[in-house]
Design a protein around this ligand. Sequence first.
Ligand code: NAI
Length: 249
Amino acid sequence: MTRFDGLVAAVTGAGSGIGLATTEVLLRDGARVAALDLQPPAMRENLLPLKADVTDQASLDDAAAAAVEAFGGVDILICNAGIGAVGTVVDNEPEEWHRVYDVNVVGIARTVRAFLPSLQSSSRAAIVTTASIVSHVGLPQRAVYGASKGAVLALTLSMASDLVGDGIRVNCVTPGTVDTPWVGRLLDQADDPAAARRNLIARQPIGRLGRPDEIAEAIAYLASPQAGYVTGTNLAIDGGTSGFRVPTG
Ligand code: NAI
């Protein structure tokens, strides 16, 4: 008997990075998983790949219907799809604000709307969102992205309040810098990617970047029945970045 036996999860952004790692942990521990992405992973036992765009309500409604048809219901929803943006308020045009908010913030609202009837029918329902260290720590050149992830944290807490009466727990993780394809793409844009990577590592008290599987284990804990008393929490998985400074001298 494993912790997700008999449970069904839907994961957005399941094709890469943290979402893919979360899908693997959920499958390993007995869940059946609907894996939503613009480019979902390949079909295999207990994994239903679903092409879905979190900026498109109809595609999410279709994915929710397909997951219910295949698995009979959905108990766990992982709202993880997200995109990044680099720059200050001066650098980013209003169109960039709308583009990032549409995926990172409104995308979660759309996803929850699509899956809510299933979650309301489950006795072990949980939602986990992927916020970020920038939800509560100001980092340079992250105006749009940080604002969107601050909104993810606030939205998570609001949903925890609205859905507690339905027996649905709602929590988020706030990862630090995690070595995913997205961070790889960010570093590739730098004039000196190796130096940029060294700088990123230098701001981690623990001395390295996070791994996708380390965030996935935290998401899985919050989604699991073992976290039955946990709702309205944000769990920092950030190598100490938000909590302390390393001793100097
Ligand atoms: P990633 O780029 O490796 O994976 C993101 C996935 O989301 C991709 O498969 C992409 O196709 C999918 N996606 C993007 N737009 C979508 C849309 N409109 N509809 C459906 N799927 C869409 O990125 P990573 O790093 O795994 O990021 C996952 C989440 O973690 C994001 O919300 C990100 O903001 C957050 N995060 C990442 C951190 C990092 O350092 N990598 C740190 C803190 C938070």
